[in-house]
Design a binder for this molecule. Structure first.
Ligand code: ADP
Ligand code: MG
Length: 575
């Protein structure tokens, strides 16, 4: 009968076994090898890097660099555990600017593959050395031919770990993973030239270039739709490459955060980017933004995750502000902030009609904001009268409400144009602006909303921003906090508000944005609702007078069809 595992005695694992287990933490898939080898090449100051993949990286991964190289003595140690040239003392951890510092990668690769390192150290003149290690055992270290730099060849990954090998996905999935790892190194190192070969063919060549050009080339985006901007705060600087809001997508594939040239996923900083785009990007979709932050190493700790995918920041609030501020500046560049020039091309999503032989051009509202001075505020139209009200803009062009279409759009004639206004989106934006401009008076809730899981510290931190929105939170006898008072306007979003308070949404502005846009959406006229001409006319006029003609979720509120376009569409001569 086999011995029961629990009846065995405690013993220390053999070095060979423990080495394999440790290696597994660093090298779990081929993409991890690509990542680690590229880190080393970049840490060595390479200007040109080539990556060769075979069999999705399982058969072979080779990285060739023209960096500083290694001497014979370096090679002796390089593939041993805890061998590194990058830090010496514990204090150095807080100053490390290199991508690697643990001295584990090469040892881990060596433990689970056949590793060949060929390197030439500039200072020793020509002539290189080659080290071969298989499954953690050193085979040879001999002189070899080679130019300055290092070639690392990793063959038969996991040859001695059949269990691990069975967990690998298809060759094409592993290839994609490697490519992704490659891109994540290439993106924040635009000054370095990168080549990726797979199955003997050059798949991607990224010459040394600027960050904006690199994002376009690496991600296959149109350079024209990308802008770059920079920002600074104490101990940190940001370079952000962002896409026009119309490029927003359902997934977050084009939303990357790099801190000190490492890709990390920090919810709070990524969320800051989404927040900065806020109303310009429709709900449920995500902006295209590549955030490259350089943070003083003393203010950030990467030493909490083997692949350094997470980090802890001492100055998170400042970093969030940096991201938001820099992105906001970029949006001005796109012509999306008040007082900024309109972009040239019509944004996607809105038809720039080429049907009927370029018959007409629809222009999105946001691309041609009407100056507020052109149209008076809504109050003036509230005067009751039998006929649908007409107004006039300052240039004398009359404004006529012409009716409702599909119980969804309001048709307005102004000067030489027909404006088609989305009634719900327009009302939503107007209510949203109103909420922002108003001092909200709070009222006691009859049925208090409990805030389970919210602690004292959380309340202390947030109380001020809650108070600004007229929200009063009190502690109940059972120790649980609850919402005691709310402004009337927010009663319709009580549940969502409670949710936001529990999460502790960081800044008052964000909280405001979130609950106000929700409240506006709840209260605005719905699609399918019939409107009397009086209110419809007023709504349409006020919508046309908005500076920011997008709903709080980022959709355009209206579009314009010009008379000339219509005439051309039916082939009439323009008088
Ligand atoms: P770490 O990068 O954490 O120091 P590694 O195991 O990845 O640990 O590498 C060990 C050491 O080998 C590095 O500190 C470096 O000195 C040297 N090394 C590895 N790859 C290269 C390379 N491509 N060029 C120059 N030196 C290298
Ligand atoms: Mg390394």
């Amino acid at each position: 009968m086999p011995e029961h595992p629990s009846s065995r005695r405690v013993h220390i694992l053999r070095e060979e076994v423990s080495r394999k287990i440790a290696a597994g933490e660093v090298i779990d898939r081929p993409l991890a090898v690509v990542r680690e080898l590229l880190d080393n090449a970049l840490d060595a100051g390479a200007r040109n890097v080539e990556v060769y993949l075979e069999g999705g990286g399982l058969e072979r991964i080779r990285v060739v660099d023209d960096g500083a190289g290694m001497s014979r003595q370096d090679l002796e140690l390089a593939a041993q555990r805890h061998a590194t040239s990058k830090i010496e003392h514990e204090d150095d951890l807080a100053r490390a600017t290199t991508l690697g510092f643990r001295g584990e990668a090469l040892a881990s690769v060596a433990a689970c593959a056949r590793l060949t390192l060929t390197s030439s150290w500039a200072d020793t003149g020509p002539g290189a050395y080659r080290l071969v290690v298989e499954g953690g055992r050193r085979r040879t270290l001999e002189p070899a031919a080679g130019v300055r730099g290092t070639t690392v060849d990793v063959a038969d990954l996991f040859f001695n770990l059949p269990a691990r090998k069975r967990f690998m996905k298809s060759i094409s999935a592993e290839s994609r993973g490697c490519r992704q790892a490659f891109l994540e190194k290439a993106l924040p190192h635009s000054q370095v030239s990168f080549r990726l070969f797979s199955e003997g063919e050059l798949r991607l060549f990224l010459p040394a270039q600027g960050p904006r050009e690199r994002v376009a080339a690496a991600m296959g985006l149109d350079l024209q739709h990308l802008h770059a901007g920079e920002g600074k705060t104490t101990g940190a600087q940001a370079l952000i490459v962002a896409g026009r809001p119309e490029l927003a997508r359902r997934d977050r594939k084009y939303l990357h955060l790099y801190v000190n040239r490492r890709r990390i996923s920090d919810f709070s900083l990524l969320q800051a980017a989404e927040y900065a785009f806020g109303e310009y990007v429709p709900g449920g979709s995500h902006p295209v933004a590549f955030l490259f932050l350089e943070v003083d190493p003393a203010l950030v700790d990467f030493n909490i995750h083997p692949a350094k995918k997470e980090a802890r920041f001492r100055n998170l609030a400042e970093l969030r502000q940096l991201v938001i501020g820099t992105l906001r500046g970029l949006l001005v560049g796109f012509g999306l902030r008040a007082g900024s020039p309109a972009p040239k091309e019509a944004p996607g999503g809105v038809k720039s009609g080429t049907e009927a032989g370029q018959a007409w051009t629809f222009e999105a509202a946001a691309s041609r904001p009407l100056p507020a001075s052109l149209l008076p505020g809504g109050e003036q139209y509230a005067a009751p009268s039998g006929a649908p009200p007409a107004g006039a803009d300052s240039a004398g062009a009359s404004v006529h409400y012409r009716g409702q279409l599909f119980r969804l759009f309001l048709l307005v004639e102004r000067g030489d144009s027909l404006f088609i206004v989305d009634q719900h989106a327009a009302h939503e934006r107007l209510l949203f602006e109103e909420l922002k401009g108003r001092r909200l008076a709070s009222q006691e809730l009859l049925l208090p909303v409990r805030l389970e899981g919210v602690g004292e510290e959380h309340v202390r931190r947030s109380q001020e921003s809650w108070a600004r929105l007229g929200i009063r939170v009190e502690r109940g006898e059972d120790g649980v906090y609850w919402i005691a008072a709310l402004p009337e306007e927010l009663l319709c979003v009580e549940e969502e508000l409670a949710e936001a308070l529990r999460e502790g949404t960081a800044s008052p502005e964000e909280l405001e944005q979130r609950v106000f846009s929700l409240a506006a959406c709840r209260t605005a006229v719905k699609d399918g609702q019939e409107l009397d001409p009086q209110s419809a006319g007023e709504l349409a006029r006020r919508a046309l007078a908005l500076d920011n003609a997008r709903c709080p979720h980022g959709r355009p509120i209206w579009m314009e069809i010009r008379r000339g376009d219509l005439l051309r569409a039916v082939a009439r001569p323009e008088e």
